[in-house]
Design a protein around this ligand. Structure first.
Ligand code: ATP
Ligand code: MG
Length: 375
C-alpha cells in the first residue's frame, strides 16, 4: 500500500503540447496543474463531465500517459521515469482491455503469474475473487463469449486478484445492470474496508462518488474545481457546476435579481432572509442564479413562496418526483423546478400549486463564472 501524490501534473495533447497555439485544439484538452495527495489506504473518487480529464489522470498515474510537466509520487518514490509495469498499480479500464485469446481464469491469473505467485495460492485467490464477483461459472470462457457486464467483472477481478499497492478504477461498474451495479458497489466498499488498498476511482455516477469516496475530486475542463469529503462537496459546493453535478434530482437553479430585500424570480417576489441581505447589497439590481436543492422545497400548502405549474409527475413508490414550471408570461423561456412530495400529496399535470423554499438553504451563484457567492 502507498500514498499517491500528484504535484502540478499537466498533460497536453495535440499542438498545444508542441507549444503552438491554434484555434483548432481547445487549450483545455488534457489536464492542467493537477495537485492532490491520496493518503495510504484511502479511497478517492474523481468526478466530472465527459472529457474533463479523469481517464487522463488515471492513465498518467498508471504510467500509460507521460506527464508534460509535474511530478508523480507513489509512496516516497518519484515515478515519472518508472515504466508502467514497475509501478505496482492495477488499473481497470473503461473498456476492460481483457486478453481476448485467454480464458476468464487465465485473465484473472495473469497478474499473479507475472508475479510468480505459486499455483496453489493462485488458484485459491482466483476462486475467491470469481465467487465474489459472481463469475465463477464463466472461468472457462473467452472474453468474446461474455456480456459487457461480465467482461467488466472479469477486468475488476483481474485487478483485485493481484493485490497491488494502488488500484486505479476507470468507471468499473458502468456496464453492469442496476442491481448488479448496486451489489458490486457495496462489494467494492466492503473489499476496501477489508484490504484497505489505496484506490483512485473514476465515475460519472454521483451516487458512486457519494457512497464510496473518502474524498471527492471534482474536475472540469482539465482542472480541479474542488476537493472535499462527500458531505462537504454536497453541502458547500464552490460553484454552480458542482452544485448541480452532485445530487439527484440536481439542485434547482433559478435566474433572479435581488432588489428591495427580495429576489425577483420570473416576476414572482421571494423575500430575502435578513443575514443574506447585507451580502447581496453590492450586487443589487444585477441578475444571478439562485440555487435550492429539491429537498429544501416544501410542497402541499395552500400558499407559498412560488407559484408553479405541474408539468410531469414521476411516482417512485416511496415518494413522487414532481417537475414543474414557473409561469413565465413575460419571457419565452421556461424555467423548470423539481421537488419530491409524498404519494398522497401527488398533484396532477397542469395543476397550479405553491412551493415553499427553506430560505436558510439558498445558494447564490455568479451568472458568468458560476462561482458560489453566498451559501
Ligand atoms: N490521446 C489523445 N490525444 C488527443 N486528445 C486526447 C487524448 N486523450 C484524451 N484527449 C483529450 O483530453 C481530454 C480529456 O480526456 P479524458 O479521456 O481524460 O476525459 P474523461 O474525463 O475520462 O472523459 P469520459 O468521461 O468521457 O471518459 C478530452 O478533451 C480528450 O479529447
Ligand atoms: Mg474516461
Amino acid at each position: 500500500m502507498a500514498t499517491v501524490r500528484l504535484e502540478g501534473i499537466t498533460r497536453q495533447f495535440g499542438s498545444a503540447a508542441l507549444g503552438r497555439t491554434t484555434t483548432r485544439v481547445a487549450p483545455s484538452a488534457g489536464i492542467a496543474d493537477i495537485t492532490f495527495e491520496v493518503p495510504d489506504g484511502e479511497f478517492w473518487v474523481l468526478v466530472g463531465p465527459s472529457g474533463c480529464g479523469k481517464s487522463t489522470i488515471l492513465r498518467t498515474i498508471a504510467g500509460l500517459e507521460k506527464a508534460t510537466s509535474g511530478a508523480l509520487y507513489i509512496g516516497d518514490r518519484c515515478v515519472n521515469e518508472i515504466p508502467a509495469r514497475q509501478r505496482d498499480v492495477a488499473m481497470v479500464f473503461q473498456n476492460y482491455a481483457l486478453y481476448p485469446h485467454m480464458t476468464v481464469a487465465d485473465n484473472l491469473a495473469f497478474g499473479l503469474q507475472m508475479r510468480r505467485v505459486e499455483v496453489q495460492k493462485r488458484q485459491e485467490r482466483i476462486a475467491e475473487v470469481a465467487k465474489m464477483l459472481a463469475i465463477d461459472h464463466l472461468l472457462d470462457r473467452k472474453p468474446g463469449q461474455l456480456s459487457g457486464g461480465q467482461q467488466q467483472r472479469v477486468a475488476l477481478g483481474r485487478a483485485i486478484a493481484r493485490q497491488p499497492q494502488v488500484f486505479l478504477l476507470d468507471e468499473p461498474l458502468s456496464n453492469l445492470d442496476a442491481q448488479l451495479r448496486d451489489e458490486t458497489r457495496a462489494e467494492l466498499k466492503r473489499l476496501h474496508q477489508q484490504v484497505g488498498i489505496t484506490t483512485i476511482y473514476v465515475t460519472h455516477d454521483q451516487v458512486e462518488a457519494m457512497t464510496l469516496a473518502d474524498q471527492i475530486v471534482v474536475l472540469d475542463q482539465g482542472r480541479i474545481q474542488q476537493i472535499g469529503d462527500p458531505q462537504t462537496i454536497y453541502t458547500r459546493p464552490s460553484s454552480r457546476m458542482i452544485a448541480t453535478f452532485l445530487g439527484s434530482p440536481p439542485m434547482n437553479v433559478l435566474r433572479s435579481v435581488y432588489d428591495d430585500a427580495a429576489f425577483q424570480v420570473y416576476g414572482q417576489r421571494l423575500p430575502c432572509p435578513e443575514p443574506l441581505q447585507a451580502k447581496l447589497q453590492p450586487i443589487a439590481g444585477q441578475p444571478y442564479d439562485l440555487g435550492i436543492r429539491p429537498e429544501h422545497l416544501q410542497f402541499g400548502a395552500k400558499s407559498g413562496h412560488l407559484q408553479v405549474e405541474i408539468s410531469v409527475v414521476e411516482p417512485l413508490g416511496r415518494e413522487v418526483l414532481v417537475r414543474a414550471q414557473l409561469p413565465t408570461d413575460l419571457s419565452a423561456q421556461t424555467q423548470d423546478i423539481a421537488f419530491q412530495c409524498r404519494p398522497d400529496q401527488c398533484p396532477r399535470v397542469g395543476d397550479r400549486a405553491y412551493v415553499t423554499l427553506d430560505l436558510d438553504q439558498l445558494f447564490v451563484f455568479d451568472v458568468e463564472t458560476g462561482k458560489t457567492l453566498v451559501q
